[in-house]
Design a protein around this ligand. Structure first.
Ligand SMILES: *Cc1c(COP(=O)(O)O)cnc(C)c1O
Length: 352
C-alpha cells in the first residue's frame, strides 16, 4: 500500500433517501413536496434559450439574491445563496466553525452535520434530546465552538418556540448560532426577525421543501451583511460559479409567488393533520410535527418490519436504523391526499 493512503481525507458520507426509478411508487421518503413548483417556474423554464449557456452565470446570483431579499424584506447584502441549503450549511461550517471548542448540535438531528464536522475536522458534541425528542435548552448554554440545530428538528418534526431559540442565541454571543429552517414554512415561527438584534445568528432556508424545487438545488442564508460577506469570501475562494443561469431564473420565478407558497403549504398542513388523526386511530405514537413529515412508531410493530412491508407495497418511507433510540420509528413525508389515503388504507389492512 502506498504511503499516500495515510494522507487521504477519509469520511463516512451522508446517506440520502432512495430515489426509485419506478414511477408508480408512493414516495414518502425524502420530504419532497407532492405539488409542482409555482406556475411561473414552468414559464421561466420554457423561456430558457440554449444560447444563454455560452456565458458563465452571474457569480453574484444578484437577481435571485434580490428576489429573496424582497420577499423577506431584508437588504440584498443580508442574503447568501447556495446550491441547496446543504451547500450553504457546508460553507457556514467551513467559514465559522474554526475554534478549538466543540460545536454542539442534537444527537438526533439532520445527519449531515456530523459528516461536515468530520470532513472539515471540526470537533463536535451531540447533545441528547429529552424523552419527548425535544431539545434541552439548558444543554446549549455552555462553552462551545458554535451551535446548529434545525427548527423544526429533523427527523422528529419538533418545533422549538421562538422565545427558547432567542435565549440560546443570547446565551452564546461569542459563537455563531445557525438555525436550519428547512421546514419552517409548515407551521413554525421563523427566527428571521431576530437577525436585527443578534449579530451571531444565521437563518438557513431552502427551496427544496416548501417551494417544491429539490431538483433545482437552491438554498439561502439570511444574516447581517458582515456574516454574509465572510461567507461570500469563502465561497468565491472555493468555486465562484456554483449556481447555473437556468436555476437562477427558476428561483426568481418561484420566490415571487407568495400566494402559491401559502396555498400549497396550507394544503400540506391540512393533509398532515388528517394523517395524524388516522395514525392515532391505528395506534401509532408520535409528536406534534410542524413539518411536512410525521415521525411515528407503532407500539406493537417493529419499525423495520413495517418499513419492509410498506416497501413491498410500493410505499417508500424513511427508516433510520441508527441511533437505536429511533429505530422503531418511521419518518413519513406528507404527500397528496390521495397518496396518504392509500398509505393509511395499506396500514389498516396490515394492522388488522
Ligand atoms: C432537506 C434538509 C436540508 C437540505 O436541503 P437542500 O435540499 O440541500 O436545500 C437541510 N437541513 C435539513 C434539516 C433538511 O431536512
Amino acid at each position: 500500500m502506498g504511503g499516500w493512503q495515510d494522507y487521504v481525507r477519509k469520511v463516512v458520507p451522508y446517506t440520502p433517501g432512495e430515489q426509485p426509478k419506478r414511477a408508480d411508487i408512493i414516495k414518502l421518503n425524502t420530504n419532497e413536496n407532492p405539488y409542482p413548483p409555482a406556475p411561473g417556474v414552468e414559464q421561466a423554464l420554457r423561456a430558457v434559450e440554449a444560447d444563454a449557456l455560452r456565458r458563465y452565470p452571474d457569480p453574484l446570483v444578484s437577481d435571485l439574491v434580490h428576489a429573496i431579499a424582497e420577499f423577506y424584506r431584508v437588504e440584498d447584502a443580508q442574503v447568501f445563496v447556495g446550491v441547496g441549503s446543504d451547500d450553504v450549511l457546508a460553507m457556514i461550517f467551513l467559514t465559522f466553525f474554526n475554534g478549538d471548542k466543540p460545536i454542539i448540535f442534537p444527537d438526533i438531528t439532520y445527519s449531515f452535520y456530523d459528516v461536515w464536522a468530520q470532513l472539515f475536522r471540526i470537533p463536535y458534541e451531540q447533545l441528547p434530546l429529552d424523552e419527548d425528542f425535544k431539545i434541552r435548552e439548558e444543554d446549549y448554554i455552555r462553552p462551545n465552538g458554535g451551535v446548529i440545530f434545525p427548527n423544526p428538528n429533523a427527523p422528529t418534526g419538533e418545533l422549538m418556540p421562538l422565545a427558547q431559540i432567542e435565549r440560546i442565541i443570547a446565551a452564546n454571543p461569542d459563537v455563531i448560532v445557525v438555525v436550519d429552517e428547512a421546514y419552517i414554512d409548515f407551521g413554525g415561527e421563523s427566527a428571521l426577525p431576530l437577525i436585527d438584534r443578534y449579530e451571531n445568528l444565521i437563518v438557513v432556508q431552502t427551496f427544496s421543501k416548501s417551494r417544491s424545487m429539490a431538483g433545482s438545488r437552491i438554498g439561502y442564508a439570511i444574516s447581517n451583511p458582515k456574516i454574509i460577506q465572510y461567507l461570500n469570501d469563502v465561497k468565491y475562494s472555493f468555486n465562484s460559479y456554483t449556481m447555473d443561469c437556468v436555476t437562477i431564473a427558476l428561483g426568481v420565478a418561484a420566490v415571487r409567488d407568495r400566494a402559491y407558497l401559502e396555498e400549497t403549504t396550507e394544503k400540506i398542513i391540512r393533509t398532515r393533520e388528517w394523517t395524524k388523526g388516522q395514525l392515532r386511530e391505528l395506534g401509532f405514537v408520535f409528536g406534534d410535527s410542524k413539518s411536512n413529515f410525521i415521525f411515528a412508531r407503532h407500539p406493537e410493530i417493529s419499525g423495520t418490519a413495517l418499513f419492509e412491508a410498506l416497501r413491498e407495497a410500493g410505499i417508500y418511507v424513511r427508516h433510520f436504523s441508527k441511533p437505536e433510540r429511533i429505530n422503531e420509528y418511521l419518518r413519513i413525508t406528507v404527500g397528496t391526499d390521495e397518496e396518504m389515503e392509500r398509505f393509511i388504507a395499506f396500514l389498516r389492512e396490515y394492522i388488522a
